[in-house]
Design a protein around this ligand. Structure first.
Ligand code: SF4
Ligand code: SF4
Length: 167
């Protein structure tokens, strides 16, 4: 019998957990590292974003896929090259989250990675998170007990939910 850890995240939506089940996570607001990048939009999110922002200003295409832009910022919450996600505010918060209580799936998923293999959704920790995410093993909120907050249900409906694709 397989000793893989399986969790039902939403009714009928199961994932295989490949990270340490004892991992805890609490996002550190002052970190902002994962908001220094361009964010891949899944198709249905592109239209959701369009209800909340100007798509011409906020997005770009790369290899046939839509991304939220990475751009020059006039504040310090950015990468060494002075750029960050279009929606990252000076206070380190996400404009989409602050004003619309919404954010793209890939922003919810971080610091996890998602991939489909043999028809199953598998979640692990993103390699970059081990090096850069300050929220790992902070606090006592176990990731495995809160996977529904990281993994929107529609990830299970996507042919390719791979969250490693980057701008
Ligand atoms: S959309 Fe918001 S949460 Fe996602 S990377 Fe941009 S600022 Fe961060
Ligand atoms: S890298 Fe981790 S701690 Fe930093 S903002 Fe992103 S999720 Fe939060």
């Amino acid at each position: 019998m397989s000793d893989e850890v399986r969790v039902e995240v939403h009714p009928g939506r199961e994932t295989v957990v490949e990270f340490d089940p004892d991992l805890t996570f609490e996002c550190v607001d002052s970190c902002t590292w994962c908001c220094h990048h361009g964010v891949l939009m899944y198709d249905r999110e592109y239209f959701e974003l369009g209800k909340r922002a100007n798509l011409n200003e906020a997005t770009t295409q790369f290899r046939g896929q839509d991304f939220i832009k990475r751009e020059e910022k006039d504040h310090d919450n950015c990468a060494e090259d002075g750029q960050a996600c279009h929606f990252l505010q000076e206070d380190g918060l996400c404009e989409l989250h602050a004003e619309h209580d919404w954010k793209p799936a890939r922003c919810s998923v971080y610091p996890l990675s998602v991939r489909r293999e043999d028809g199953e959704i598998r979640v692990d920790i993103r390699k970059s998170a081990g090096e850069h995410c300050e929220g790992m093993n902070v606090g006592d909120r176990k990731v495995i007990d809160n996977l529904d907050a990281f993994l929107p249900e529609y990830l299970w409906e996507l042919e390719n939910p791979d969250s490693e694709r980057e701008l």
